[in-house]
Design a protein around this ligand. Structure first.
Ligand SMILES: C[S@@+](CC[C@H](N)C(=O)[O-])C[C@H]1O[C@@H](n2cnc3c(N)ncnc32)[C@H](O)[C@@H]1O
Length: 279
């Protein structure tokens, strides 16, 4: 069978199952199955595909039809400048989270040897991207998920950073190691009640531990802020990703814990997404 026939049939299948990016996904998944780039696929639509590859492709397309995200099917996702290994045990890195990296690079442009902590590292996308950018920084990370720890270690190795990141599997509540110039966190911040309104791809396939912010949505943020106020050096900064409707509550929480609010950064959709504060 020709590539174009297989891709067209996959496209129809995905479209009938309401997958929005049906053509792009069909091409990306084909590229992944035959281990070529998407550009190769587009330029070689008349090439034949083996029976084995086609069966494999069909299987993957059926999983995509059921809503499984492309990143969990290909096991990678680009974030910042790097490719991260991902699986069902970690949140798929989101472009909005790159705001944190931008802010860190801006704030510490003229400062060296910063010691930072990432609370809830997941795939390691934030922690490892910062380490890649700043060879003089030292990182510690903590995540409640032992499965996320495995993924983050894979990424640390992939990026040659295994000796520069200290990674721990612990609930932040029980973590009390070190003092930091900077603490970063993209914690779970979706209200328990609102989880059911998330898109199926997120709700069914991404880890609840990475999404569930408890009854009021800020249970984990509360833990992060409280613990950060103990682990941060005087004058140190806390950079938090939040949901677009949490600015007021989180600002209040930060002030109650002795933080001064520096700024609230908006994401690409103009929603409040990130709060920067100083102890
Ligand atoms: C929204 S995900 C963020 C993952 C990654 N930093 C990113 O930005 O893609 C939140 C992460 O926090 C972790 N987590 C949730 N509750 C935690 C807790 N109490 N202590 C430590 N980590 C926690 C989850 O396992 C998950 O990996």
């Amino acid at each position: 069978m020709k590539l174009k026939t297989a891709i067209y049939s996959a496209y129809q299948n995905l479209k009938n199952n309401n997958i929005k990016s049906a053509l792009l996904d069909s091409e990306l998944l084909m590229a992944n199955v035959i281990n070529k780039s998407r550009e190769y696929i587009i330029l070689n639509m008349n090439k034949e595909i083996s029976k084995k590859d086609f069966d494999n492709y069909q299987n993957i397309i059926n999983q995509r039809s059921a809503g499984k995200p492309v990143a969990y099917l290909t096991n990678y996702k680009f974030f910042w400048k790097y490719e991260f290994f991902v699986n069902k045990n970690v949140l798929i890195p989101r472009p909005d989270t790159e705001l944190i990296i931008e802010q860190v690079l801006k704030i510490y442009k003229n400062k060296n040897n910063i010691k930072f902590l990432d609370i809830g590292f997941g795939s390691g996308c934030i922690l490892l991207s910062i380490l890649k950018e700043r060879g003089d920084f030292k990182a510690t990370g903590v995540d409640i998920s032992s499965k996320a720890l495995k993924v983050c270690k894979i990424n640390a190795k992939k990026l040659g950073l295994q000796n520069r990141a200290k990674l721990y599997n612990s609930d932040i509540d029980k973590f009390s190691l070190g003092k930091y110039d900077l603490i970063i966190s993209n914690p779970p911040y979706i209200k328990n009640f609102d989880l059911k309104y998330l898109e199926k791809e997120v709700r069914i396939f991404e880890p609840n531990l990475a999404l569930n912010g408890g009854l009021d949505g800020i249970s984990e943020i509360r833990k992060v802020v409280k613990k950060s106020s103990e682990l941060i050096k005087k004058g140190g900064k806390l950079i938090l990703e939040i949901a677009n409707n949490q600015k007021k509550e989180v600002k209040k929480l930060l002030k109650e814990n002795g933080f001064y609010i520096n700024s609230v950064i908006k994401d690409y959709a103009n929603n409040d997404r990130c709060i920067i504060s100083t102890k």
